[in-house]
Design a protein around this ligand. Structure first.
Ligand SMILES: Cc1cc2nc3c(=O)[nH]c(=O)nc-3n(C[C@H](O)[C@H](O)[C@H](O)COP(=O)(O)O)c2cc1C
Length: 289
């Protein structure tokens, strides 16, 4: 799968990526109201990763429903719609609006990914840091819609398994982890933070060991599928996440510097499974001893 916010509007990538070979695409998170995002600069390259503080820049739900949804419904691969609310009621009503729009003809839309993990907007991680709030929110959204519901978790907590279990208790069909790791870059000569937002989320190869550790921990703590995200750029990275316990994985930052990364991973998967003497991905999930 491609990770939210790191694969544009999908359209831009279709010359380079045969999206029909992907498990799914996850477009940029949408919010009810249009958002301009944070002040620039919004991205900074770091030693082994990318710091971003985009701030959920998007055109809002109404524009999404009229101008983007029909395109996503027509794609030749499954699509998971990512959304974020400003409060619990907003999450519930956004989920209902999205599901209603898909009821006539969902087309390629197969699930929703609830983003409770954006570190770059005010209160973006409130529901992702407090297990009681998380469980209550997930349960409210779960009761309001019938389509599969994924919950995307933040690594910026002391024990992610507690939040993952809360999401499961609330009725999540899967948990996706991780979103970006809160970080900072400073231009010391000017004594100023490099990002307009001062702080941002770190992604890319730098966070892979953190993401892998969290996926391993969560896979041992919950019974629902875990979707692994964080620094995946090669087949080796993907295989590490699968044997750690991920049922699927999303590729984010790698799309920016190697737009063909997802295709390379898809093409290399059969040979990698052969190495383990496996006939399917299912056979290797969580097989790390
Ligand atoms: C520029 C940028 C924008 C992102 N926007 C979103 C977003 O809108 N919603 C979301 O859930 N995650 C967003 N993310 C986080 C990614 O989906 C992913 O969880 C994270 O980058 C870790 O994966 P990676 O190391 O493969 O990039 C964004 C990441 C980047 C780099």
């Amino acid at each position: 799968m491609t990770a939210s916010g790191a694969f544009g509007n999908v359209k831009e990538a279709t010359d380079l990526v045969d999206i029909s070979k992907l498990g799914a695409v996850v477009p940029k998170t949408i919010t009810r109201a249009p958002r301009q995002g944070n002040a620039p600069p919004r991205t900074v390259e770091t030693t082994a990763g990318l710091l971003n503080a985009i701030g959920l820049d998007n055109d809002g739900l109404d524009s999404f429903l009229t101008s983007k949804l029909p395109y996503y419904q027509s794609l030749p691969c499954p699509v998971v719609i990512s959304f974020a609310g400003e409060n619990a009621d907003d999450y519930v009503s956004m989920a209902q609006s999205l599901e209603n729009a898909c009821k006539q003809d969902g087309g390629s839309i197969v699930a929703f990914e609830m983003n409770i993990s954006c570190p770059n907007v005010a209160h973006g991680t409130d529901f992702g840091k407090d297990p009681a709030l998380c469980e209550k929110l997930v349960s409210s959204v779960r009761n309001a819609i019938s389509m599969p519901l994924f919950v995307k978790l933040t690594p910026n907590v002391s024990d992610i398994t507690v939040i993952a279990k809360a999401a499961q208790n609330g009725g999540a069909d899967a948990v996706c982890l991780i979103n970006t790791v809160l970080g900072m870059a400073i231009d010391w000569k000017n004594r100023r933070p490099r990002l307009g937002n001062r702080m941002g989320g770190l992604s890319g190869p730098a966070i892979k060991p953190i993401a892998l550790r969290m996926v391993y921990q969560v896979a041992h703590a919950v019974t629902i599928p875990v979707i692994g995200i964080g620094g995946i750029e090669t087949i080796d990275d993907a295989m590490e996440f699968l044997v750690a316990g991920a049922t699927a994985f999303e590729v984010g930052t790698a799309n920016f510097y190697r737009p063909t990364a997802t295709m390379e991973i898809v093409d290399a998967l059969p040979a990698a499974l052969d190495v383990l003497g496996a006939n399917s991905v299912k056979e290797i999930i969580g097989s790390c001893q």
